[in-house]
Ligand binder design. Structure first.
Ligand code: FES
Ligand SMILES: [Fe+2]
Length: 428
């Protein structure tokens, strides 16, 4: 449980909030490259950290991110003309390039110097693996990008998924740090006796109340959930939190390269990204943002601030729950799959869940600790301008989760170290 004040502190991300300022220290995904497919294409509305921004690709092919309101009189640059290396406001013709320089002010006399005094707010962008990343922070020289292993996955194996969630970012991310829900929400209909003894799935189904170890790391925090396996053995599932809103969750597949990111659009909406190497037994997804059969994208997605990457299964249709399938235990929830289940349940907690009325048990240790870590980092930034974890150490992001059976007397950090080690940069 968190006090009401602390819950506000940790969830609010608008301009000037401590947590918003923390988020702004990091490079974060802002849109997918294919949303701006070619030079001078249509601009895109993007909501990020409570700010209305317009994404566009200029004539040289570079992506720009500019504040929505024109510096002249506030008209939306979404309606602007994307032409010759800049975006031109259609109200009075002022034109800005992607660095924010006013390059034309045609409604002022030709000898006026006024245009040299006006700048638009813009943010630097880079593209990696089909994702546009932006730095919304205060440094004139942005910090390095996090050195995620997925950036080295070959183009034909990398998979990028985006989906919008109608709830606060922390709620979405806490689902990733809560391993024991998997046995209920996603696997509640699976019985141990139907699984092959000796497999990790079998041990998961056989013991639904694992115990936990926790440790802090340079990039954030990590837990190990352990339960009995064969005689004298334990099955460990290790997940990572990486500042400010990334996770690596345990995968049974070996060599899983998989980063999940919970990017706040504002206090009540989150853009979720999954960046991963596609497992060899899975077919390529269509259009790079559909993960599986239960993730249909809505037909009426739009150019609205909240119109992108919305899913068909939503609060409006009770996430397409099939009560008959739920009753017959075809699945625990009657929903189409894990993606929909996570989406439905985290949204069902409200736009910002009331953490002052929750009752956290021993299985929630990771949530408690990660909240404290976030609050401490945001306070240190606010109080002494202390750079938060990972900002200036891109290499610490080169890590994986783990899922492994170990002799019961093995230290969990030593026993999982090899599996948690990502391939070195540039070597895959
Ligand atoms: S409001 Fe944009 S040019 Fe006047
Ligand atoms: Fe889940």
């Amino acid at each position: 449980m968190l006090s009401k004040e602390k819950n506000e502190y940790i969830t609010r991300v608008g301009t000037g909030t401590p947590m918003g300022n923390l988020m702004r220290q990091y490079w974060l995904p802002v849109m997918l490259s294919h949303e701006v497919p070619e030079p001078d294409c249509d601009p895109v509305r993007v909501m990020m950290l409570g700010e209305k921004l317009i994404g566009f690709r200029d004539t040289s092919g570079q992506v720009g991110l500019i504040a929505d309101g024109c510096p002249h009189r506030g008209a939306s640059l979404f309606f602007g003309r994307n032409e010759e290396n800049g975006i031109r406001c259609v109200y009075h013709g002022w034109k800005f390039d992607r660095t924010g320089t006013c390059v034309d002010m045609p409604n002022e006399p030709a000898d006026s110097m006024f245009k040299t005094k006006v700048r638009a707010r813009t943010y630097p962008c880079v593209e990696r693996i089909g994702v546009v990343w932006a730095y919304l922070g205060p440094r004139a020289d942005p910090p390095p990008m996090p050195d995620l292993e997925v950036f080295d996955v070959p183009e034909d194996e990398v998979e990028v998924v985006a989906a919008m969630r109608d709830c606060n970012w922390l709620q979405g991310m806490e689902g990733d740090l809560d391993t024991c829900h998997v046995n209920f929400l996603h696997r509640g209909a699976i019985k141990a006796e139907d699984l092959t003894p000796g497999t990790e799935e079998f041990y998961m189904a056989a013991e639904k109340a694992p115990r936990y170890k926790y440790t802090e790391t340079e990039y954030g925090a990590m837990y190990g959930a352990y339960r009995p396996a064969g005689p004298g053995e334990l099955y460990w599932r290790v997940a990572q939190f990486l500042f400010p809103c990334f996770t690596h969750i345990p995968r049974n597949a070996r060599q899983a390269v998989d980063t999940r990111l919970w990017v706040p659009m504002d206090d009540y909406h989150t853009m979720y990204y999954l960046l991963r190497r596609r497992p060899q037994n899975e077919p390529a997804s269509n259009g790079r943002f559909v993960l599986s059969a239960d993730t249909a994208i809505r037909k009426d997605n739009s150019t609205d601030w909240y119109g992108r990457f919305r899913l068909e299964a939503s609060a409006d249709n009770d996430y397409l729950i099939d009560r008959d399938k739920q009753r017959r235990m075809v699945s625990y929830t009657g929903m189409a799959g894990a993606w929909t289940e996570d989406h439905a349940i985290t949204e069902s907690m409200g736009p910002i869940m009331a953490r002052e009325s929750e009752h956290l048990g021993s299985s929630d240790v990771m949530l408690t600790r990660v909240r404290r870590r976030l609050i401490d980092a945001a306070s240190a930034l606010a109080d002494d301008n202390t750079a938060p974890p990972g900002v200036d150490k891109p290499g610490v992001y080169r890590t994986r989760s783990a899922s492994i059976i170990l002799p019961a007397d093995t230290d969990w950090l030593e026993g999982t170290a090899a599996m948690r080690t990502a391939s070195p940069a540039g070597e895959r």
